[in-house]
Design a protein around this ligand. Structure first.
Ligand SMILES: *Cc1c(COP(=O)(O)O)cnc(C)c1O
Length: 401
């Protein structure tokens, strides 16, 4: 008889978003006249930039003509897109990443999950706490979690607390990890790491022989030129780090799907190239991103594309600043929201209690911090992705509490 992957049974149900949806639905059913505003969504709301739409339309036309039709594309993505990424996302910022070190994919989430294929089941994983749940769950499924711990987490995973006390930059763990996940600008805390903070991790990874998986999904939200946007701004990172990025939050591609992963050719272990391994893995499990979508992604780097993307990010930044100021004026202690679309609020209470209060008394929905890990208890995440008008209205209601 066949056996299932028993690691599925170890996954701890993350009831976070389901519970939020249920509670919101119940409230709406009981109070049909009330208008509920969500500042909980981790999804963009502005439409695709016109330059992207135009490029996708023209690519669709090409696909409809015999002489320009295309079938399967390269597993690693079209050269035109990888070259554009290399030039605009790296070279323009003083970082040399060659086109053949870039792998285009359908999402940073798929890559965060799939990359675990490269590593032995015995590797010890370290994650930030609070954490984007994909890193943990994908490792649990591939047998690296150990046993679930009562109250949350897994006994084989190293959780590195990120709190106001350490400025959301975790200390080096006491037990040595093999694979370290870092996410900056951070979801959910909205925090960033400066050059020295990031260099500390690169130096540490090289010293202990660990690999860093760096999730830069929100790099486009960094406004301070002095802050690193790529881990490769630390030169030694080319020997110890893989970087994942996405067009999702940068250019509104959450429903369009396009992202990329960088694996430098100098990243080797025992003479084996991780770049070559990932190429082999993609060739086995992935058949590339649609030509139409990659043409749309390329247009993000065109002159008009860059202008339109910047305007959208500026819109979200303005929402974030408005939330930050509004809440600070009300006396809350808030973090993030400057180089990230997330505002992390110290509620001074239980995260879920705060959720219930906001929903019932202000009709505003956010995300309880405790849902992202034990160190998120007492915190609450609001996002800058709703409209400016709704954001103002939500703040007005919170003020009246
Ligand atoms: C949204 C997000 C991603 C992006 O995922 P896609 O699959 O590319 O849409 C990756 N990492 C984090 C932390 C995110 O919040």
């Amino acid at each position: 008889m066949f056996k299932i992957n028993r690691n599925f049974a170890k996954l701890q149900s993350n009831y976070l978003f389901a519970t939020i949806a249920e509670k919101t639905k119940a409230y709406k059913a009981a109070n049909p006249a009330k208008d509920v505003i969500s500042l909980g969504i981790g999804d963009v709301t502005l439409p695709l930039p016109p330059a992207v739409v135009a490029a996708m339309k023209s690519a669709a036309d090409e696909m409809g003509r015999k002489e320009s039709f295309r079938g399967y594309g390269p597993y690693e993505g079209f050269e035109f897109l990888r070259q554009a990424i290399s030039s605009y996302d790296y070279k323009a910022r003083g970082v040399e990443i060659a086109a053949d070190e870039i792998f285009v994919s359908d999402g940073a989430k798929s890559d965060c999950g799939g990359i675990t294929d490269l590593f032995d089941a015995d590797n010890i994983i370290a994650v930030q706490d609070p954490v984007y749940p994909v890193y943990v769950d994908s490792n649990v499924l591939s047998g690296r979690g150990g046993q679930p711990v009562k109250g949350g987490g897994y006994d084989n995973i190293i959780y590195m607390p990120c709190t106001p006390d350490n400025n959301f930059a975790p200390e080096l763990p006491s037990k040595t990890p093999d694979v370290i996940y870092l996410c900056y600008p951070n979801n959910p805390t909205g925090s960033v790491l400066d050059y020295d903070g990031l260099k500390m991790w690169v130096d540490y990874a090289i010293k202990v022989g660990a690999v860093i998986l760096y999730d830069g999904a929100y790099e486009a939200f960094v406004t301070d030129e002095k802050l690193p946007r790529s881990i490769y701004e630390i030169p030694d990172a080319k020997f110890c780090a893989i970087e994942m990025r996405s067009f999702s939050k940068t250019a509104g591609f959450t429903g369009t799907r396009c992202a990329y992963t960088v694996i430098p050719k100098s990243l080797k272990v025992g003479g084996v190239s991780l770049n070559a391994m990932w190429m082999r893995r993609q060739a086995t499990k992935f058949n590339g991103v649609s030509y139409v979508i990659q043409k749309g992604a390329e247009a993000v780097f065109s002159e008009s594309g860059r202008k339109e993307v910047s305007a959208n990010i500026a819109y979200y930044h303005n929402n974030a600043a408005t939330i930050r100021k509004g809440l600070t004026d009300m006396g809350f202690t808030v973090f993030g929201g400057v180089h990230a679309p997330y505002i992390w609020i110290n509620t001074g209470a239980d995260s879920w209690e705060f959720f219930d209060r906001l929903l019932n008394e202000a009709q505003v929905v956010g995300t309880p911090g405790s849902g992202f890990g034990p160190s998120g208890q007492g915190f609450f995440r609001l996002t800058a992705f709703n409209s400016y008008e709704k954001t103002l209205e939500a703040l007005d209601r919170i003020k009246k509490l």
